[in-house]
Design a protein around this ligand. Sequence first.
Ligand SMILES: Cc1cc2nc3c(=O)[nH]c(=O)nc-3n(C[C@H](O)[C@H](O)[C@H](O)COP(=O)(O)O)c2cc1C
Length: 832
Amino acid sequence: MEEIAEIAFRCFDKSDSGVVICHCRDDLPIIYCNETFCQMTGYDPVEIVGQNCRFLQGEDTSQQVRDAIGLAISEHRRYRIVVRNYRKDGTPFWNDLYLSPIRDDNGTTTHYLGIQNDIESVDRSLRSVPFNFPYDDLTQLPTPPMAVELLKMALERKGLQDHQLCLATITVNGLTLLRGFLNNSAADAAILEIRNRLQAQLQDTCVLARAGDAEFIVAGLVPEGFNARERLEHLCRSVLKPVRINGQHFQLTYNGGFIQKLPVSLIEESVRLCSFALAHARSQSRNTIVEFTHDDVERAWADQTLTGSIPTALEKGEFYCAYQPQLNLITREVIGFEALARWDHPTFGTISPGRFIPLCENSGHINALTLDLLKQIIRDLPKIHDIWGEVDISINLSPLSLVDDEFIQEFIRVAQTSRADNDKISIEVVENLSIDGYDSAAHNLNALKAAGFDIILDDFGTGYSSLSYIRKLGASFVKIDRDFIMNLTPDNQDDLEIIRAVVTLSRQFDFKVIAEGIEKQAQAELLLNEGVLIGQGYFFARPDRLSRLIGSHLISCNTCHNVGLGGDDDLSTSIGHGWQKGPRNAPTVFNAVFNAAQFWDGRAADLAEQAKGPVQAGVEMSSTPSRVVKTLKSIPEYIEHFENAFPGQEDPVTFDNMATAIEAYEATLITPDAPFDHYLRGDQTALNETEKEGLRLFMDRGCTACHSGVNVGGQNYYPFGLVSRPGGEILPEGDKGRFTVTDTASDEYVFRAAPLRNIELTAPYFHSGAVWSLEEAVAVMGTAQLGTELNEGEVDSIVAFLKSLTGNVPEVTYPVLPASTAGTPKPVDMVP
Ligand SMILES: Cc1cc2nc3c(=O)[nH]c(=O)nc-3n(C[C@H](O)[C@H](O)[C@H](O)COP(=O)(O)O)c2cc1C
């Protein structure tokens, strides 16, 4: 034991750090100090034993630091801080001081241990402590981390928990010039002057810190309602008052930023928040003050992280091309695709292009991304041509890339050395190129044209177009900005005028017009009326991976209209190509021939027109007319069937004939001889009493107003929720029904009345497929359409009657299809 005590003492005595032990009574007198302490401070033990350690402090020792040490000691806490101290000869040094209470067995503090290190003399790695140099040498202001410590102290001492945290930053501009034209001391004098002006205006719950050569931070605890902008304006105004140096006046300027109304719990984050405000306020124009929010900071931080992962994402192929078809608005044939960049981030999920494109631009990765996409397009082109024929693919070029001569040469080289035919790739450039880059852009666009690329002027109508501009850039296509399409209605004369003007221009200057952002049939029709012949938009197809744009051989009409399942699929909403979920419940194919029009919104006049839709819809079969024809023609048996079915036609294997053939088949899918049919023919026994009661109620209560005719419905359109609109689970808000077809306000939430034959076989019910029991469906109809609460007995009777509408379902022989041949387009994997 004695030996250990001796070793312990030697550890203190010979330690490389200064060690003092003070008694915890009176004024904390020193009872022991080691050799290093004496060497470090220049004092002899006899001079200092019995004294309080504050003799090491002097003129530049901060009062706030003294207070912080005093508080820690009074609370018997461990504490670490860097403090300005002086040696016996008066030279200052930064002392990294560590204090620790020594307690007896009862937990009473009897002594205090102090360990001191002169920061300058210790190893570099030790210096990276959080409180490194807490005070700035020149201004004696705390550094930002120290300011946070001081603020925390104020928070605890003054009990300001009900206050809010407010952070402000001031960047003083003009000091670099002072340093350059005069000298460092002139700039230093200006900084001290500004410090004095700022300090003079601060309240005692605010801390002023120096965050960089010309950067100040004010961190404050303020009461609710504190006007941060006004206070910061005052502070900043004092920067504008000229500073006098060597008899000369100098004008400085500022950039201010602030984040206010932060909870005090965010105090630890202050340094991070301030660095954001400093960096972002600096990029604003001179003498302005910008407010930021905590969300701005979080977003900027997330952007920072995302930007950091761009190189890896490029390397790992996380960016991919999504292709959005462009269609001939008359024939609806696909004539081209726009290739759009998409990013599936392994951690953050799908990042929108609106977010990652600017990040790529700002971080200098946009060229690499563009080349990456170009290579993907070149790789995909043979497959695209195979399916859609000689269609064009367009790629977007950032204005930054467009003015980069070297990049354009590289772009052309990559395209030319590949096997791709340049004619099939077009370049989309935004119309509002900056005036500075104009000449360089025009030069590069000409180089691209000479290399065989077509030019598409994107977002047309939003920039500063002039006729000479269109001509100089040599655009072959102009894409009308989606802003003019979004609200296009027959009454929107302004947008229609702009579209007319562009079409007129296109005739004079010989370019083609494309309309993007088409979301409704009515918009497509209006555009066609105005002479716009090419369109793209969600109405036709969303941009998607190539693999999801090419159909599999698996999804067919029978997938959703299964003749073994009552003519539908027993799902709320159907599953289509790539296992995507469709938006509406599949109506039964049985007796569909008797409906006035097809689809829940009646957008197809007859079965032939209807048959063409799902074949092409990305979410259903995802094929194209040309792919359908190519497939049929690749199989000799089909050619023969078509020749037999359409005798005398020169080329019977067409998309239209495919639809006619399907229509002819569907017309056979009828279910005659339901009990109700027998009853109508005069057989009184065909319905039992409950069914007859149900029929009576069905007629009396007014169900027949909508559900009548041969198909007991399917004849006309009615608003769902005529009397009282059901909730969103039954009537989803986003699906406005026939409104999408007619664009007429009175058609909102209007749907074709469901045909009720075989209704018992086709649950779930309604266009949303949200209701699984026929009883519930009948009750909902009672309240929503008739304003009647049908009682249980009434519901049961009506349901009994509805079941009497189940007819003889045709027996269908499952066909064995002719085999594919080598020329048949290959199916794609539905799981990308
Ligand atoms: C064990 C011990 C060691 C200390 N060492 C130092 C030191 O090296 N430098 C210093 O400035 N203060 C040191 N102090 C702090 C001062 O002695 C004093 O407690 C502090 O200045 C707060 O008290 P005051 O406000 O009454 O001055 C030490 C205190 C203790 C208990």
